[in-house]
Write a protein that binds this ligand. Sequence first.
Ligand SMILES: *[C@@H]1O[C@H](CO)[C@@H](O)[C@H](O)[C@H]1NC(C)=O
Ligand SMILES: *[C@@H]1O[C@H](CO)[C@@H](O)[C@H](O)[C@H]1NC(C)=O
Length: 289
Amino acid sequence: MTTRLNTHLLYLILSLLCSLEWEIANGFEWPFLKKTDGPARNWQGKWFPQSPDKAVDDNPLVDYSGGAHHDLSNPKHGINMGIPSPHCDDGKVNITLDWDNSPINYTCYENKRAYLPNLNVHPIIHCDPIPKAYVAPHRCMDTPIFYEDSIPTYGTHRPLWPKYGEYLFLPKQRWIHNLEHGAVVMLYHPCANGLEIQLLKKLVKGCLYRHAITPYTLLPPERPFALVAWGNRLEMSKVVPKLVINFIRNMALKAPEQKSEDGQFDFGLIEHSKVVSDQDDNNLCPNFK
Ligand SMILES: *[C@@H]1O[C@H](CO)[C@@H](O)[C@H](O)[C@H]1NC(C)=O
Ligand SMILES: *[C@@H]1O[C@H](CO)[C@@H](O)[C@H](O)[C@H]1NC(C)=O
């Protein structure tokens, strides 16, 4: 009981700090926090998402406007989204660039005991203060995309976004695009406790249509579960339903490009999402208190 209460309190405090940090980064002046020049505030479209000491943009928009594939050109993202093209991304060409189909990414080869839920390991809410002006570039399947963070909450991604649902494995270069459309992505380590995995899947599938679920071996043994939304993530050792529902209600559908339209990419899709309240998820987690 105490652990549950503490968890809720912690969530409240963390999400408050989180929004504060975000507000600071976006220019909000809190009366007693004299932090008026957060690095992200005066962003000029150069270094983000790298560190501010980078004066050059090493991840510039691709310019296709004059070339043979000008139909793929998009002023905002460099490359249009959602239009399959064998010259860039059709969900088939060069997809091994993001994942080589290895079973290592969805199978447990380690000692499962290290991944057992532990009530003494508190959950973590992490947030990235993303400048409002930031627009994630798109990259074709001729370019690898790397992330600084092992569990990224935003960033450059592929033009085709995945259909919503559960995957055998889905690369981050894909699911980040779902985040940008307001989705919640569930990540679990394949060595995590089976009952906990089932519980979290049930909660996510019962909360919203706009979800993606995939195993993810980059999660550490102490917290083998993560829920990711644009700019935010929750990392857990033990699945606490109330916390999960709070996170989804607060963080889902808050991304820069709200869009419930289904994706085009479906390699590894096991189960397509079902509509929960309606296609736009107007009522999040309707069947949970
Ligand atoms: C697959 O799993 C291995 C081992 O954990 C990891 O190093 C690699 O980055 C993973 N690949 C992807 C695409 O996540
Ligand atoms: C696929 O990979 C090859 C080899 O790297 C590259 O030349 C080609 O442009 C890529 N195709 C697409 C559509 O990105």
